[in-house]
Design a protein around this ligand. Structure first.
Ligand SMILES: *Cc1c(COP(=O)(O)O)cnc(C)c1O
Length: 360
């Protein structure tokens, strides 16, 4: 057996669309297909504007730049997230301030966060891990509104996930998504920013295009870089978006199957997940002896991935002081089981049976 933790998922539709596009003489760079893809995303999440960029990391850089975050400013970041959520802050010379998480949702802990707000706090990167909205997410957004702290949502893992019927990524001023290979839909690399604010949208469009209002007209209104997308990717993204509803169902069903087969196994815990609104992009579990389970599963050809390391343990942040008990715990015990949408019921059962054998 060889069961991958994640794998790309493309079909005949993408191949056909790319061939048609190339035959049509398209210029490859971003143009009409990109606009069509952007409209699909905006319509899907229910935002006024969407701008797609090269990936879900530069989308966060663009968001920080659009909001005017400068060197010396502090930006709150949950201590458990993909490293990019913090590196983008460091990359523009601002200071990421790490905040521990709540174990229930793996989101930022509001009570800890409040204590970390200073005069220099200008923004928060609110990360929704695996489609789950933090318990106090709405309170955090209200609180930040009062304190003049801009809310950027890093919703890279959340396409298809809602909170109280509102799509995640549309609660803050700017929401950011990723279309890298393991994400629910992929354009190889790719990212999107969504907002309802026209001014911010225009700023985003300039920042990703050398500070220009229009491609081909070399008038530069602000400092910008080149974070543009390509129509070649957009034709793939459009086909992937058409498959999103099916993928969401498949992800939810796979998670349910894992839950049903493993919920009574001693030493394994699930994170509370409302499958009406949350699409578990990854099938995540909390395991007493995670490293052993991971090692044993590999003997059967079952690939898993351990949770991210807490940010304060990463080399660039080795001087950060503080106590982060929840992110440390989660990071040491969290495991992503095989999560491809191509998994069959039999394969999931095979994985679950091996887990039971190892754990019992
Ligand atoms: C995937 C991911 C990113 C980075 O997106 P890329 O498109 O790979 O640059 C950022 N934040 C989170 C939470 C992610 O899951």
């Amino acid at each position: 057996m060889n069961i991958l933790q994640m794998e790309p998922c493309f079909g005949e539709e993408e191949k056909k669309a790319v061939a048609e596009y190339l035959n049509s003489g398209g210029w490859l760079t971003e143009h009409k297909k990109t606009q069509e893809f952007e409209k699909m995303i905006a319509d899907y999440v229910g935002s006024k504007y969407c701008s797609v960029v090269s990936n879900g990391t530069v989308s966060l850089v663009t968001a920080l730049m659009a909001l005017g975050i400068k060197p010396g400013d502090e930006v709150l970041v949950p201590n458990y997230t993909m490293a990019a959520s913090a590196f983008v802050v460091s990359a523009i010379g601002a200071k990421p301030v790490f905040v521990d998480i709540e174990r229930e949702t793996l989101g930022i802990d509001f009570s800890v966060m409040k204590k970390k707000v200073t005069d220099k706090t200008k923004a928060i990167i609110l990360v929704e891990i695996n489609g789950r909205f933090p318990y106090f997410g709405e309170t955090i957004i209200d609180y930040c509104g009062c304190e003049d702290v801009h809310v950027i949502e890093d919703s890279a893992q959340c396409l298809g996930s809602f909170y109280e019927e509102q799509h995640i990524g549309t609660f803050g001023m700017i929401g950011s998504f990723s279309f890298s290979t393991p994400k629910i839909i992929s354009t190889a690399q790719g990212g999107a920013l969504v907002t309802d604010d026209e001014y911010l949208y225009e700023k985003i469009c300039m920042i990703k295009n050398f500070g220009r209002k229009q491609s081909g007209v070399d008038e530069h209104e602000c400092v910008g870089l080149n974070f543009k997308f390509t129509d070649l990717q957009a034709v793939i993204g459009i086909e992937q978006m058409k498959k999103l509803d099916d993928r969401i169902l498949q992800k939810k069903e796979n998670y349910m199957q894992y839950y049903d087969e493993l919920k009574n196994v001693p030493g394994i815990k699930f994170i509370e997940t409302n499958l009406v609104e949350t699409v578990p992009w990854m099938n995540d579990i909390i395991v007493e002896d995670r490293d052993n389970l991971q090692k044993e599963l590999l003997k059967y050809g079952i690939k898993t991935r351990s949770f991210y390391s807490p940010l304060h343990t990463l080399t660039p942040y080795k001087n950060v002081k503080g106590n982060f008990p929840n992110s440390t715990y989660i990071s040491e015990h969290g495991l992503w089981l095989p999560s491809s949408v191509k998994l069959t019921n039999e394969e999931i059962s095979y994985v679950c049976n091996k887990i039971k054998e190892i754990m019992e």
